[in-house]
Design a protein around this ligand. Structure first.
Ligand code: KET
Length: 399
């Protein structure tokens, strides 16, 4: 019955992460998936999360269904985190927010919602992209396209080209944007560039979808939300997906949020109903445990303050690894320009390594980087950075 179905090629990120775990190289290095590892190579259990969990574990709590839109305390906390507590869009009740099943779930609910609201609209996604952006929107029936974003020659943003392409899109087109820590390139718009882009989106009547999976990993929790807040200031109607997978180290708990910034409080109230309807027909309601713990951390002032420091520590460690990679490569291979390690931000850096070089890294050195040449920086630590830069220097020398 199902013979006509194509074989699934596997996901380029999850597949290579799996292959890494099969490899028996004694000093292998995993730079595949966007997971934060600490300096000992472990996925941290944040003390803020641990404390919240211990408090709850001491009570026998029933597990009812959450409402379709999730916990009210969680949704309020998401709004404060994403928009800033005092933002006028919140004060005027213009934002509808749900607790989502990770950042991916937020994108899926948003994609279904947009497709139902504007069945003829199509979406434009950065080139290069997190591949799943294309899959999620195609899966929701939305045709996907790309806009220019990254210039491999300069390892930086093609901003003028990007702007020129967005300027001529049909009105009501969807545009997927990363407010910070662009995946896969690590190249972001500057604040000035956002302020130039936002009027173009507004004039053209485009519908931005902001995917913020790495809030706090770029410049800071507030700084990383700059573009979202500026967009809301400018009165745009748009969507925001946010994720707690990375900044709460909560991957498997599947916690995120979807916020829709509307034109009025009434529109936001009606929008919440639409979001409930979409959720009900996909997964009915979000998970209880992760929702409660996330809400506890974000709503308890002491735990929140602790979490802010934990995020700052993760951000600082990423920056240190970027600097060390750059400095070591400069020493080992003076003719190679490795400054992109420190210019790019967030979890990822885009190396531009060729497929033969990536294969040599895997086979000769046990260094795993996905086929696009994207490195997940937190896989580096003080114990393996030297091996990594030796391996890079080796394959780069070979050409
Ligand atoms: N958006 C972006 C831009 C993103 O990089 C990820 C995850 C997600 C959303 C998904 O977030 P979640 O809350 O886990 O549903 N990216 C890493 C893991 C993955 O591919 O799923 C990655 O790129 O390695």
């Amino acid at each position: 019955m199902f013979e006509h179905l194509e074989k699934y090629a596997g996901d380029p990120i999850f597949r290579l992460n799996g292959e890494f775990h099969q490899n028996t190289h004694p000093r292998k290095v995993n730079l595949t998936i966007g997971l934060y590892y600490d300096d000992a190579g472990c996925i941290p259990v944040l003390p803020s999360v641990r404390t919240a969990e211990q408090r709850r574990a001491s009570k026998a709590e029933p597990r009812p269904y959450l409402p379709m839109e999730g916990l009210a305390s969680y949704r309020d906390a998401v709004q404060r985190l994403v928009f800033g507590a005092d933002h006028q869009a919140l004060q005027t009740g213009r934002v509808a927010t749900i607790q989502s099943v990770g950042g991916t779930g937020a994108l899926k609910v948003g994609a279904d919602l947009l497709h139902a609201a504007f069945p003829d609209s199509e979406i434009w996604i950065s080139d290069p992209a997190w591949d799943n952006h294309h899959s999620i929107f195609r899966g929701a029936g939305v045709k996907t396209h790309t806009y220019s974003y990254y210039d491999p020659a300069t390892k930086s943003l093609r901003f003028d080209q990007m702007l020129a392409e967005l300027r001529v899109l049909p009105p009501k087109s969807f545009v997927l944007l990363h407010p910070c820590c662009h995946n896969p390139t690590g190249v972001d718009l500057s604040q000035e560039q956002w302020l130039e882009l936002i009027p173009v989106l507004a004039e053209r009547g485009l519908i931005p979808f902001m995917d913020m999976a790495y809030q706090g990993f770029g410049a800071g929790l507030d700084e990383d939300a700059f573009a979202i807040r500026a967009m809301a200031d400018a009165g745009l109607v748009f969507l925001v997906a946010n994720s707690f997978s990375k900044n709460l180290s909560f991957y498997g708990e599947r916690c995120g949020g979807l916020s829709v910034v509307c034109g009025s409080a009434q529109e936001a109230q009606d929008m919440l109903g639409q979001l409930q309807a979409v959720v009900r027909r996909i997964y009915s309601s979000p998970p209880w445990h992760g929702g409660q713990i996330t809400s506890d951390v974000l709503n308890d002032p002491a735990l929140y303050a602790l979490w802010v420091r934990e995020v700052a520590d993760m951000r600082a460690r990423i920056a240190i690894m970027r600097r060390q990679a750059h400095e070591q490569l400069r020493a080992k291979l003076p003719d190679y320009d490795s400054s992109y390690f420190v210019k790019q931000r967030g979890m990822f850096t885009y190396t531009g390594l060729s497929m033969p070089q990536l294969l040599a890294l895997r086979e000769r050195h046990g260094v795993y980087i996905i086929d696009s040449g994207r490195i997940a920086i937190p896989g580096l630590n003080t114990g393996n950075i030297n091996d990594f830069t030796d391996a890079m220097a080796d394959v780069l020398r070979a050409g």
